[in-house]
Design a protein around this ligand. Structure first.
Ligand SMILES: *Cc1c(COP(=O)(O)O)cnc(C)c1O
Length: 541
């Protein structure tokens, strides 16, 4: 065998007897080293241009030694958010449970492929145990599921399954052109893209306007169903909102189900669409459906918010599937999502139309997931992460986690109330995010710029500081925020508490925010910082 001076087998791979496991741990600590011990919310980064960087890049002929490569590896994290910083308040980016990271790391070390159980072993059973367990929280005693890379894929599985159920021969013959998908106007922006990927077309995703509290307007839902049927369309799927990052849009899913099915029935339609709850965030509330809730000792306002969500989820027994993002509010690393559906008939419906799963498939050594999954070779880290987290926290642990997120949010809100310049405006949201205004009236008067330009200037100012690795709160902004569906749009800011450790530092964090605001005002007034009229792209939600 030809060797490269940097490449000795015995050093670079885990030995079969694993007696060099420490070597792996050494490599891990070598990468981490003494670097990156900053507490700032972002790893510092210097601005760059992709084309300029790429034009300089080519692969080297010679390999380099481990130490050098690992030493330089840290640079790839430049500019990334550090979720373990208590000043990371940007979005629902959690700091994962160390047990979950340890488990996923080991899963990679053993290089588990979850395409089928002959490769992935019991991890495929674990995947189904997680799905069954979470399904049972909502009374689905036959639930099965698919571990996948992100909430977007949970929607992809839902709509794919919807098409297959409505048009069984579509798996072989292709997708007919008269299918539509209905969803709440507040649903995630990726639903259109999912429809596009699946060949339905993004324009066949029909958004139902929301009523005041961001639930679908059920009257309009009925009108849309009637209109679509009159146009010869078939409603393949109804995707209900099960909690969103901002305003926590959550449909009353029993109502949505009843309106759609009753309207279709009255029109003489013989099918029932696939009902999916996009509960990638809202799944956390499922933990309260079970007896023995930790709510009693909680602040009344929190109890009431949690109970309202639980009530809106009451119709889940009639639904067909839902999604879970353990990497959002389940303390798991990316990507740990599950598509969960009521029965294993889905495995047949999701394949290419040439295989029918039977009892024989459920014997160890026979279970082949690749027939119904999007990937062939498939990572297993999500299965490990979700399993560990569910075991570590238990149902009561997740209840407490949600309660503590709400408590942290209340605590931040109280700290913000003490500041004249800050006004929290989303009291009414059922989530724990904080949307607030900053009073820049002095700057507006002095500079004659409108509020939007000032806000954009401020957020850029704040983000620049974060990109330089400064210890200032990493918050976000909502250029066209509406408290209620019919409210006027206003420029607002978002503070998203997600790391429970931020709670103890709320006073310092809000103080620091005040400091950035004051610096910004001063720098604009003295001409040290120039405001740009150019609109920056809206942050994603
Ligand atoms: C985040 C999110 C998604 C997309 O999930 P990814 O994990 O980013 O793929 C879909 N729906 C809702 C409601 C979300 O919050």
């Amino acid at each position: 065998m030809r060797t490269n001076s940097f490449f000795k087998l015995e050093d670079e791979f885990l030995n079969s007897n694993e007696d060099n496991f420490d070597l792996f741990l050494n490599k891990l600590s070598e990468i981490q080293g003494n670097k990156n011990k900053s507490q700032s919310p972002k790893v510092p980064i210097i601005d760059f241009n992709y084309d300029a960087e790429l034009s300089k890049f080519a692969l080297a002929f010679d390999g380099e030694d481990s130490e050098k490569v690992l030493d330089n590896f840290q640079a790839v994290f430049n500019g990334s958010i550090r979720p373990h910083s208590t000043y990371s308040l940007f979005n629902m980016v959690p700091t994962p449970l160390l047990d979950a990271v340890a488990a996923t790391t080991l899963t990679q070390l053993y290089n588990v492929n979850s395409l089928m159980d002959d490769f992935g072993g019991q991890l495929l059973l674990t995947e189904q145990q997680i799905s069954r367990g979470v399904g049972k929280l909502v009374g689905w005693n036959e639930a099965v599921g698919i571990s996948c890379n992100g909430g977007k894929l949970t929607l992809l599985y839902a709509i794919k399954l919807a098409i297959a159920k409505l048009v069984p021969n579509s798996n072989k013959k292709g997708v007919p052109s008269n299918l539509v998908v209905l969803t709440n106007e507040s649903s995630h922006y990726c639903v259109e893209h999912v429809c596009s990927i699946l060949g339905i077309g993004s324009e066949q995703c029909v958004r139902v306007p929301a009523q005041k509290d961001w639930q679908m307007d059920y009257q309009q839902l009925e009108e849309i169903v009637t209109l679509q049927v009159s146009k010869g369309k078939q409603i393949a799927a109804v995707i209900c909102c099960g909690g969103t990052t901002i305003n926590f849009a959550h449909d009353d899913i029993d109502k949505a189900y009843t309106v759609v099915t009753k309207t279709l029935e009255a029109l003489g339609e013989k099918y029932v669409p696939h009902f999916h709850l996009d509960s990638v965030i809202g799944w956390l509330w499922f933990n309260f459906k079970i007896a023995g809730s930790n709510l009693e000792t909680t602040e009344k306002s929190i109890q009431s918010k949690i109970n309202q969500v639980v009530q809106r989820q009451a119709g889940l027994s009639k639904f067909d599937s839902f999604g879970v993002d353990f990497h959002k509010n389940g303390l798991c690393p990316y990507s740990t999502s599950f598509f969960i559906t009521k029965s294993k008939e889905a495995f047949t419906a999701l394949n290419d139309g040439s295989y029918e799963y039977s009892d024989e498939d459920y014997q160890y050594g026979k279970f082949r997931a690749y027939r119904y999954t999007i990937e062939n070779s498939r990572p297993a880290m999500g299965i490990s992460a979700a399993y560990i987290t569910l075991k570590r926290l238990g149902i009561s642990g997740f209840q407490n986690y949600l309660i503590e997120l709400h408590e942290m949010s209340l605590h931040f809100k109280n700290e913000m109330k003490k500041e004249d310049k800050l006004t929290v405006i989303n009291d009414y949201s059922l989530g724990w995010e904080l949307v607030f205004l900053i009073d820049f009236h002095i700057l507006i008067e002095e500079t004659k710029h409108n509020e939007g330009i000032i806000a954009q200037g401020f957020i850029n100012y704040c983000w620049n500081k974060c990109n330089q690795g400064e210890m200032v709160p990493l918050i976000s902004f909502v250029p066209a925020y509406k408290v209620h569906a019919e409210s006027v749009e206003q420029v607002a800011y978002l503070l998203y508490p997600i790391n429970l450790a931020s709670r103890n530092e709320a006073t310092e964090i809000i103080d620091s925010l005040k400091g950035v605001i004051a610096d910004f005002e001063q720098d604009v007034l003295t001409g040290n910082y120039e405001l740009s009229e150019k609109a920056i792209e809206k942050p994603i939600r």
